[in-house]
Ligand binder design. Structure first.
Ligand code: HEC
Ligand code: HEC
Ligand code: HEC
Ligand code: HEC
Ligand code: HEC
Length: 191
């Protein structure tokens, strides 16, 4: 099926109804998303880069979820784009307590999406591979060197450390002046 027709059931109907987006419930999870969007299909099968949709991740604290325009670029012809209500995606990955997190800092340092979010390219519904607890953050902050990738590999879902990772990771830490003492200080995450 052409990707345009794929979404028409949902988006077209909403446009035709001229207002509120008609829920096309995904039944393969507890809380339904407004559209049964699959990462396994888009990021896995189709191979669309994470940053095509989460383009804020490299420049801001937030990765963000894409606006309808990003979907429509593929799913609807530019000329006949209807005015659609934004989809209200349910959040599935979020910190419980109050702590400061910033995507761009981590990506610039070479920590990859899959290190924190797992193999999203194989997930129909995004589920976090671990609870994002303070302990989990600190486990890495005490020694991030095993997780630091070369620039350009942050969205690579297949990245695995080479035999050289020990040396390369430490080299990357020195080059960026990454200091575990500072990263484990309460103030780093509680501001
Ligand atoms: C075609 C667009 C698109 C691509 C490509 C994409 N995403 Fe997403 N992503 C979304 C949408 C839409 C949502 C919100 C719906 C959902 O949770 O499935 C989302 C949600 C997420 C969430 C959960 C956010 C939350 O709190 O609910 C994570 C984590 C995520 N994406 C990571 C990734 C990673 C990692 C990649 C690359 C492997 C990726 N995404 C590729 C569109 C995309
Ligand atoms: C880079 C192009 C591209 C982008 C961006 C994109 N899609 Fe898709 N999408 C596709 C293609 C190609 C298919 C596969 C169509 C098929 O095989 O039937 C697809 C399939 C789908 C399907 C499955 C339809 C079905 O019949 O099972 C849904 C739902 C969907 N997309 C929703 C979205 C949403 C929501 C967004 C925005 C968050 C989005 N897509 C962004 C290209 C894209
Ligand atoms: C160092 C760990 C880490 C890395 C690396 C990381 N994330 Fe996240 N991500 C998180 C945490 C923690 C949250 C929850 C933030 C919150 O609730 O304040 C999150 C939330 C998200 C969300 C939900 C929306 C938002 O902005 O909060 C999306 C989408 C997402 N991440 C996508 C990505 C993508 C795509 C990449 C790679 C380009 C990536 N993340 C890299 C830890 C990470
Ligand atoms: C897999 C490793 C990893 C995980 C997991 C991780 N971080 Fe980080 N974090 C880093 C690295 C590496 C840096 C240093 C980046 C730099 O200085 O270039 C960093 C830096 C930060 C900074 C900036 C600190 C400063 O003062 O410069 C904050 C804030 C932060 N992390 C919060 C968090 C939180 C909150 C979590 C858990 C939800 C988390 N991180 C999980 C590796 C990680
Ligand atoms: C690397 C980031 C990071 C550092 C450093 C850090 N924390 Fe946290 N902290 C978190 C995150 C993330 C949470 C929220 C956990 C969750 O959502 O389950 C949290 C939660 C908490 C809470 C609330 C507990 C709760 O039940 O919600 C307290 C209190 C706290 N931290 C104190 C501290 C103190 C004291 C220090 C310094 C010794 C510290 N934190 C250092 C990331 C950090």
């Amino acid at each position: 099926m052409h990707p345009r027709t794929a979404l028409l059931g949902g988006l077209g109907a909403a446009a035709a109804a001229g207002g509120a987006f008609l829920a096309v419930a995904a039944t393969n999870g507890e809380a339904p998303q407004p559209v049964p969007f699959s990462h396994a299909h888009h990021a896995g099968v189709l191979g669309i880069d994470c940053r095509h949709c989460h383009y804020l991740a490299e420049r801001s604290a937030w990765a963000g979820v894409p606006a309808m325009e990003t979907c429509m670029g593929c799913h609807y012809p530019v000329v006949a784009r209807p005015r659609v209500e934004p989809l209200r995606w349910r959040r599935t990955v979020a910190l419980q307590g109050f702590a400061y997190f910033d995507h761009s800092i981590h990506l610039a340092a070479g920590v990859g999406c899959s290190t924190c979010h797992g193999r999203v390219d194989r997930m129909d519904r995004v589920v976090s591979p671990q609870r994002m607890t303070m302990r989990w953050c600190l486990d890495c902050h005490r020694d991030p060197s095993p997780h630091l990738r070369p620039p350009g590999a942050v969205a690579d879902m297949d990245w695995v450390p080479s035999a050289e990772q020990d040396r390369l990771g430490r080299q990357r830490m020195r080059a960026r002046g990454i200091d575990p003492d500072r990263l484990t200080h309460c103030h780093a995450c509680h501001r």
